[in-house]
Design a protein around this ligand. Sequence first.
Ligand SMILES: *[C@@H]1O[C@H](CO)[C@@H](O)[C@H](O)[C@H]1NC(C)=O
Ligand SMILES: *[C@@H]1O[C@H](CO)[C@@H](O)[C@H](O)[C@H]1NC(C)=O
Ligand SMILES: *[C@@H]1O[C@H](CO)[C@@H](O)[C@H](O)[C@H]1NC(C)=O
Ligand SMILES: *[C@@H]1O[C@H](CO)[C@@H](O)[C@H](O)[C@H]1NC(C)=O
Ligand SMILES: *[C@@H]1O[C@H](CO)[C@@H](O)[C@H](O)[C@H]1NC(C)=O
Ligand SMILES: *[C@@H]1O[C@H](CO)[C@@H](O)[C@H](O)[C@H]1NC(C)=O
Ligand SMILES: *[C@@H]1O[C@H](CO)[C@@H](O)[C@H](O)[C@H]1NC(C)=O
Ligand SMILES: *[C@@H]1O[C@H](CO)[C@@H](O)[C@H](O)[C@H]1NC(C)=O
Ligand SMILES: *[C@@H]1O[C@H](CO)[C@@H](O)[C@H](O)[C@H]1NC(C)=O
Ligand SMILES: *[C@@H]1O[C@H](CO)[C@@H](O)[C@H](O)[C@H]1NC(C)=O
Ligand SMILES: *[C@@H]1O[C@H](CO)[C@@H](O)[C@H](O)[C@H]1NC(C)=O
Ligand SMILES: CC(=O)N[C@H]1CO[C@H](CO)[C@@H](O)[C@@H]1O
Length: 596
Amino acid sequence: MHILKMNSVILLLVAIFAIGNCANSDWWKTAVFYQIYPRSFKDDSNDGVGDLKGVISKLPYLKELGITATWLSPIFKSPQVDQGYDISDYRVVDPLFGNNNDLTELIKEANKLGIKIILDFVPNHTSEEHEWFKASVNGTPKYLDYYIWRDGENKDDKKPPNNWLSNFGGIAWTYNETRKMWYYHEFAKAQPDLNYRNPDVVKDMKDILVYWLDQGVAGFRIDAVPYLFEDVNFENETATDKTKGVDPSNWNSLQHTKTLDLNETLDMIYQFRELIDEYNKNHTEDTRVIMTEAYTDFDKTLLYYGLKDGSRLGAHFTFNFDFIQSLSKNSSATDIKNIIENWFENLPEIYTYNWVVGNHDNHRIATRLGVENVDAIMLLQGILPGVMVTYNGEEIGMEDGEVDFDQRQDPQATDEKTFKEKSRDFERTPFQWDNSTNAGFNKGNKTWLPVSKNYINTNVELQNTTVDSHLNIYKSLIKNRKKISPAAKTKIEVLNSTVLTIYRTTETETYFYLYNRLGEPMIINNAGLNNSKILIKSTNSEKEVGSIINGTILVETNESLILHKDNPKDNGSFLYKTQPTVLIAVLFLIFVLNSI
Ligand SMILES: *[C@@H]1O[C@H](CO)[C@@H](O)[C@H](O)[C@H]1NC(C)=O
Ligand SMILES: *[C@@H]1O[C@H](CO)[C@@H](O)[C@H](O)[C@H]1NC(C)=O
Ligand SMILES: *[C@@H]1O[C@H](CO)[C@@H](O)[C@H](O)[C@H]1NC(C)=O
Ligand SMILES: *[C@@H]1O[C@H](CO)[C@@H](O)[C@H](O)[C@H]1NC(C)=O
Ligand SMILES: *[C@@H]1O[C@H](CO)[C@@H](O)[C@H](O)[C@H]1NC(C)=O
Ligand SMILES: *[C@@H]1O[C@H](CO)[C@@H](O)[C@H](O)[C@H]1NC(C)=O
Ligand SMILES: *[C@@H]1O[C@H](CO)[C@@H](O)[C@H](O)[C@H]1NC(C)=O
Ligand SMILES: *[C@@H]1O[C@H](CO)[C@@H](O)[C@H](O)[C@H]1NC(C)=O
Ligand SMILES: *[C@@H]1O[C@H](CO)[C@@H](O)[C@H](O)[C@H]1NC(C)=O
Ligand SMILES: *[C@@H]1O[C@H](CO)[C@@H](O)[C@H](O)[C@H]1NC(C)=O
Ligand SMILES: *[C@@H]1O[C@H](CO)[C@@H](O)[C@H](O)[C@H]1NC(C)=O
Ligand SMILES: CC(=O)N[C@H]1CO[C@H](CO)[C@@H](O)[C@@H]1O
């Protein structure tokens, strides 16, 4: 009896401790991160560019969606050569988007609604208008080595130091007459690269992170991380094997072993993580997180999470772009299965999966994969374990907008011939709220990029009142997703060669995802489905939500469904299914009974 008592006490304490702690440290592991592109979200000031007041006015919408956190593309002071990815002051909001008070209010109001705010941190480079760069150009001693400055080849002012190319095309070096040296820029010449071998630079950048953490943000999305360090000896890059037909000024004509994914770059990400962890230790509120953007090969991507054995940690997660980069209109159900299983097999268990289907650098899902597949891709992302990332507008199935060459804004596409292929303006057109002027983005007569003509038929207001709209399917997905236990086991199979089937199973219940990927209508016979209920269905499905399925189901071409069923053998489920408060009450009761 005595031992039982002690056990109960310990159990009670453990339960209270576990419940108290879980909410704090693990919130991000099943979160939905919603990316807002502030320029295009909502323009409150009516000047043609979206702003923070606009975002604040749409917080109730974000709440309705049910998302956990939102990350904002850059809003800091910037000459806007690269849409804010060229920052001239990391601590000041650009007047285009409002001011620091607006940001403080956004954080406060969002937090009240239970929505976390993540900021975009751009560490690779600053704007040429940053005070540090100006001081560096002028030879101010402290700032001399804040950037990557070199003499020309053989001290020849006319020849750049080496053959490195800019991601945006052309040589990655620009000569500055004042300093009489060349500076390195991985992107536009207005975006000089910082020198991370200078400890002062590292300290300044870390201080900026802490500054914003102190303002209440929940963490950072870190931009373009593979580029932080370059070869210390400035050796030439070697040409790729596939140079035939590739313009020699094009970044793709070279391999990038000297400028991408250096070990020191990984180390810097691990240092940022150590800083965040230290901050988390110092403060009791919910964990702050970092997520990194690294377009690189699979093995390198894993390293941005940290070392295999967890002895050094990197980002809480580094974006998994496979659903963007490896999925095409032709991909089969088996291709999708392979993409997912590659992650299951290779990501060390200590790390958390994440699935990204869109962002401001890639064509929209509806354009890449066809509007008829939008729901299937969303439901796929939502049924999988881990983090889900949504780019604003994807929840209503927005397609790429129509932008002419003379309306272009993106510095990545300056040449008319390659505009269609390289410009990212298409996926950045204003958000479509309703069918009024400018799709409700603002009330004015100008917008920084044209509003897509599709807005009459594709907008939030209309979809909100349409039962089977992309928007309502998305909302239902987010709501139901929260009920899936993170511990649910995942199994994937392809039935009848085209039906991608994913099972998320606990002892007590199973969620099934079915998606007929490009196949003929398919009759599936699977006794496991017997007695399951349709929870969510794609817009193109004629089935009824709530209807019960027997072991036989016809899945139409491009149709996708999420089904749910309680597992018949319902033993040991009591503790699992009970609410924490009930659990505590019961444990307490046991405790009291034991004491008698
Ligand atoms: C590096 O490339 C530049 C430009 O192609 C060339 O002029 C230079 O000689 C190369 N340097 C070495 C060491 O090969
Ligand atoms: C050198 O850099 C400074 C600071 O960005 C700029 O103002 C100046 O125009 C540059 N000079 C040349 C010749 O590029
Ligand atoms: C980078 O780190 C890896 C793993 O620690 C090591 O095997 C490799 O030799 C390092 N590369 C360089 C260029 O130092
Ligand atoms: C954490 O607290 C320690 C002790 O007060 C302090 O020295 C350190 O700078 C803090 N670090 C962060 C990242 O807040
Ligand atoms: C898809 O398949 C068609 C026909 O087989 C082919 O012409 C096209 O290049 C493929 N597209 C992609 C993106 O693989
Ligand atoms: C615009 O939306 C309103 C409200 O949803 C609707 O009543 C009206 O018919 C729509 N107008 C057009 C032209 O679609
Ligand atoms: C923009 O709207 C204002 C007020 O409605 C109007 O006075 C002005 O002429 C419009 N400008 C253009 C270019 O349409
Ligand atoms: C959507 O509809 C619900 C219920 O009818 C309403 O409460 C909500 O404000 C609407 N949201 C939007 C963005 O129109
Ligand atoms: C799908 O496979 C099942 C066996 O699992 C078979 O009974 C059914 O006829 C197949 N359907 C089609 C359309 O091939
Ligand atoms: C199972 O459901 C399908 C589709 O609703 C139906 O055609 C079939 O007759 C049902 N089978 C049994 C055994 O009830
Ligand atoms: C489905 O379950 C019912 C009982 O609920 C049972 O009668 C039927 O045989 C089952 N069908 C299959 C295909 O397992
Ligand atoms: C993929 C990529 O290049 N992403 C960002 C990297 O940084 C540049 C410059 O900041 C941005 O333009 C890109 O969007």
